[in-house]
Design a protein around this ligand. Structure first.
Ligand code: AMP
Length: 564
């Protein structure tokens, strides 16, 4: 007797998900959006994880290092070949519509249909197809990926093309942020939103949180704990303007504020992985940090936190730019390790030998850290002072600045570690330099000697309500040739469209900008304008969502006007 074939899991059609994404894009209300996402999640069944990832414009969860590896430029070529449109025309369409997905949809709509009966692609098929692409390596990979994207684009409807293009480029733009996703999961599976958020802050992946909520409910979410080699979201600091303000907020522990890169190191039986504050795995770029931690930490399993700083021969801190050269470097790492040595100053321990320490007080966590670390040349404890004396804290702050550090961190000894939040357990105190961390959203090609470099960068701050980026000024000074080259190389792949010398960029890169004054102005979307903005540093350790908010701009403006 013939055996019946094993049932094939087909699940949802990609077209159905694309339809919902369209609806979401046209829905302005947050509440309605949450309802729509919740009902999609509810009906996703075994496709749930993929649905959650796709809505957020991802093929892989944030902690997964895999990448599709198809940039804007290659996508333009693919759309051009697939639709028989000259590349220049594709670029013009992108410029006119302001988005590659929309442009691709428009060009595919015009394209005469060759196949009358297109087979519907399932969501699972699209996902595994993209997953496969990410695994290709070596010579000829780019061409192979290009052919594959063309094939995929040709197999779906124009509406699906729009979202497929955005997915490959990693920018979904339907406005579903982490907050909406959290609430939708809560609604779809009847779990408390706070529980979903807690789980997310520990495992950093809403697709997994959703799957656990679906299959195991609230009890399942409650069981989620810290996972080794899966970075937690770091606890964030608030700002104070004086030592007294920190004391008033209950802080008694003072530490040097080092100007480097925050790292979270995961240790398990001698294996060490190093993650940044943005949760990227940088073990490859910083083998020296991993090695030094391996040699100084005695625990079998631990998650510890610190700041890695570039230093000179006398262990004095070097400016952040030195370290920043190491963060993005993929090749010749040995040279970097030799030329830009670093010291890691440790300040916290969130997990130790099977025990989650985040709920313990800072005092206990620090004691745990002290117990498992022996200081070496490249790993040290952050310099700390415990005092409730404003005078002593003030001199400690001055001493830190004198040694070339950024200021001090003031911490509450009795407080837990709250992953991912800015709860007021830790404060930063720096001299008021009034700098702003802003994201670059557009630029212009230079002239003459600078014709090959992007210059005159349009900067934007973040609207905390909508998470949109609002322009605030043009920065054309402060960058050295080397930085202009770096900015150009980094920003070029993020060009969305070009018109004459003007290029619109995907918001990806944050810079610290100085300026003379903030004024109210109708010229920019934020309603404010920076006078004479200049580049201080490039902050690739910051995610665009972490740039300064419109609120901070408004309060700085207020302080400016008050001082006048
Ligand atoms: P900011 O980057 O200005 O928001 O200040 C907070 C950052 O200071 C943290 O994310 C760390 O990267 C850094 N930092 C430097 N030294 C310390 C320290 N001793 N404790 C905590 N964070 C520190």
């Amino acid at each position: 007797m013939l055996k019946s074939p094993a049932p094939v899991f087909r699940g949802m059609d990609f077209a159905a998900v694309a339809e919902t994404l369209s609806t979401l894009e046209e829905t302005p209300s947050r509440l309605e959006m949450t309802e729509i996402v919740a009902s999609l999640l509810k009906s996703s069944g075994r496709d749930l994880r993929t649905v959650v990832l796709f809505i957020r414009g991802r093929v892989f969860p944030p902690w997964d290092p895999r990448e599709i590896g198809v940039a804007q430029k290659s996508m333009i070529k693919c759309v051009s070949t697939a639709t028989g449109t000259p590349a220049k025309k594709v670029e013009e369409t992108i410029a006119a519509l302001g988005d590659t997905g929309l442009a691709a949809e428009a060009l595919f709509t015009k394209k005469p249909q060759t196949t009358l009966t297109k087979k519907k692609m399932s969501l699972a098929e699209i996902h595994s197809s993209l997953e496969k692409m990410a695994s290709w390596e070596g010579k000829g990979t780019q061409e192979k990926k290009g052919r594959h994207v063309i094939e995929l684009l040709n197999s779906v409807s124009p509406n699906e093309v729009k979202y497929l293009v955005r997915l490959v480029l990693g920018e979904m733009r339907v406005g579903v942020g982490e907050g909406i996703m959290r609430d939708a999961i809560a609604k779809a599976f009847g779990v408390p939103a706070a529980e979903a958020e807690r789980a997310f802050s520990l495992i950093n992946d809403y697709s997994e949180v959703a799957e656990i909520a679906r299959t195991k409910g609230e009890a399942g979410l409650k069981k989620i704990g810290i996972l080794l080699f899966r970075p937690l979201r770091p606890m964030l600091a608030q700002t104070v303007h004086s030592v007294q303000e920190a004391l008033d907020n209950g802080c008694r522990a003072w530490e040097y504020k080092y100007d480097g890169m925050r790292i979270q190191a995961h240790i398990k039986n001698g294996e060490v992985r190093v993650f940044t504050r943005r949760l990227d795995d940088v073990t490859h770029q910083f083998p020296d940090v991993a090695e030094a931690i391996k040699n100084t930490v005695t625990a079998k399993e631990a998650i510890i936190e610190g700041e890695t700083v570039a230093v000179d021969e006398s262990e004095r801190p070097r400016p952040f730019q030195f370290l920043s050269r190491r963060i993005k470097r993929k090749y010749k790492i040995d040279e970097m390790v030799r030329d830009i040595p670093v010291i890691t100053y440790l300040f916290d321990c969130m997990y130790l030998d099977g025990k989650n320490l985040t709920t313990q007080k800072m005092k206990g966590r620090r004691a745990a850290l002290n117990k498992i670390v022996t200081e070496g040349n490249h790993v040290k404890f952050s310099r700390t002072l415990i005092t409730n004396s404003a005078d002593k804290a003030e001199s400690f702050y001055k001493e830190s600045l004198k040694l070339g550090h950024e200021g001090v961190m003031a911490k509450n000894l009795g407080a837990a570690y709250k992953p991912g939040s800015r709860v007021g357990y830790m404060y930063k105190l720096k001299p008021v330099t009034e700098t702003l961390d802003l994201v670059i959203v557009a630029a212009e090609w230079g002239e003459g000697r600078r014709a090959n470099w992007l210059g005159s960068y349009l900067l934007a701050c973040r609207d905390p309500d909508t998470n949109e980026f609002l322009s605030i000024g043009r920065m054309a000074t402060g960058a050295k040739d080397e930085q202009l080259q770096y900015l150009t190389d980094t920003l070029k792949p993020t060009i969305e469209f070009q018109k004459g010398k003007f290029v619109k960029l995907r918001p990806t890169l944050v810079v610290e900008a100085g300026y003379q004054e903030i004024q109210k102005s109708p010229t920019y979307e934020s309603g404010y304008a920076l006078r004479f903005p200049r580049l201080i540093t490039i902050r690739e350790d910051r995610a665009p969502e972490e740039c300064d908010s419109l609120d901070r701009v408004a309060s700085l403006h207020e302080r400016f006007t008050a001082k006048k």
